[in-house]
Design a protein around this ligand. Structure first.
Ligand SMILES: Nc1ncnc2c1ncn2[C@@H]1O[C@H](COP(=O)(O)OP(=O)(O)OP(=O)(O)O)[C@@H](O)[C@H]1O
Ligand SMILES: [Mg+2]
Length: 146
């Protein structure tokens, strides 16, 4: 029986469905639920992001961090309504799939739950790049929610 479930969210509808499934599973199995959001680099290098922080007074990075916090708090509320009781929030930066795998390792998650698609706009692709990379390289089981 899985005792720790990690749901990865990016504020998208697909991730919302993944969270619902993960929260329901956690409630039924009396498992703890870890919810992670990764603040991606949006094509910028860590150095460039650091430069934004300095020259733009941090505005871009601040917006990303505040959005991440908002999504995580909303996800916690939704998961609690669905019956999950032991809920942990995790915020990471860097390569999204690698950070999700790292978060799963840190909390010893028995399964990683993600949406098939996220906020990306390439609707013709069946799988987003994050779900595809997780399915390809994650050492832990990955549940991809349509
Ligand atoms: N930054 C993130 N933090 C946490 N989970 C994420 C993040 N991005 C995506 N995910 C998870 O991966 C799932 C699939 O998203 P993915 O990014 O692969 O698709 P996409 O956004 O449609 O495509 P792409 O990003 O490749 O343009 C999401 O539903 C969510 O569960
Ligand atoms: Mg995406």
């Amino acid at each position: 029986m899985v005792k720790k479930i990690l749901a990865a969210i990016d504020g998208s509808e697909g991730a919302g469905r993944a969270l619902e499934l993960a929260a329901g599973m956690a409630a039924e199995a009396h498992a703890s639920l870890w919810i992670v959001n990764v603040i991606g680099n949006f094509g910028f290098s860590p150095d460039e992001l650091e430069q934004f922080r300095r020259t733009e007074g941090g505005s871009i990075v601040d917006v990303l961090e505040s959005l991440s916090g908002q999504w995580l708090n909303e996800a916690r509320e939704k998961a609690a309504l669905l019956g999950a009781t032991d809920i942990h929030l995790v915020s990471h930066t860097g390569d999204v799939a690698e950070a999700i795998i790292g978060a799963a390792r840190d909390c010893s998650a028995g399964v990683i739950v993600v949406g098939r698609r996220g906020r990306g706009l390439m609707r013709e692709l069946m799988l987003g790049s994050v779900s595809q990379k997780l399915a390809s390289v994650s050492p832990r089981p990955v549940l991809i929610v349509p």
